[in-house]
Design a binder for this molecule. Structure first.
Ligand SMILES: [Fe+2]
Length: 215
């Protein structure tokens, strides 16, 4: 029995984005949680899937709904976490890694902003297991452009539903406001957890997988 519970977030700590905007966004997240529970509580009964095909079928609808809602839950939790709670001064080992890899903090912010302006869904700073380096991944939908075995460090929602009530079409202003709300303690904790888990398992880049499938 799947009973995923929605997380709660401290929206009062967010500056420059209204409670109304955040509360409406949170409702979408609740919808993804509910859809995921519904899908994961759907038993597999062969007789319900006698016409499976990649154009239109019950199984296709189930599987598309599953990846969309599952990624929707994960990405929104990571997003709401890393934009709440304060601790907004860029700092820590992640900042050093960003400076090393993207030449400067300002260059990184410019890159992140342009990815955010270019995509329809998400801009995600992620460490990829291919090379253990930071990459800014762009995604148009929750389940389009998603990368497997890659660890999200900073997640930015750029769907219009994330900002349109407050910013209208001015996505650049929303992105700038979001960046000012980034919680660097959360980011550094994610970064340090990835590094320590890699070290403790003595796993080389590209061979990283928590379940050891590639060992
Ligand atoms: Fe969203």
């Amino acid at each position: 029995m799947s009973n995923i519970k929605p997380e709660t977030f401290n929206f009062k700590s967010v500056k420059g984005i209204s409670t109304k905007q955040l509360d409406e966004h949170y409702k979408l997240y609740i919808g993804y949680v509910n859809a995921l529970n519904k899908i994961w509580n759907t038993p597999y009964i062969p007789g319900n899937y006698t016409d499976s095909n990649p154009t239109y079928s019950a199984m296709r609808s189930l599987k598309l709904g599953e990846t969309y809602s599952l990624n929707g839950v994960k990405l929104h939790e990571l997003y709401f976490q890393n934009m709440t709670g304060g601790n907004n001064a860029p700092q820590g080992p992640l900042l050093n890694a960003i400076k090393n890899q993207f030449s400067s903090y300002d260059n990184f912010i410019s890159y992140l902003t342009n990815v955010g302006l270019s995509m329809r869904g998400w801009a995600i700073l992620s460490i990829d297991s291919m090379d253990n380096k930071l990459h800014i991944i762009g995604s148009d939908l929750h389940d389009t452009g998603a990368v497997w075995i890659s660890c999200p460090i900073l997640v930015m929602d750029v769907y219009e539903h994330a900002y349109f009530m407050d910013f209208g079409t001015d996505r650049r202003k929303y992105i700038s406001t979001f960046i000012q709300n980034i919680n660097w303690d959360i980011l550094n904790n994610r970064f340090k957890k990835y590094i320590s888990s890699m070290q403790s398992m003595n796993i080389k880049p590209y061979r990283y997988c928590p379940l050891g499938y590639f060992q």
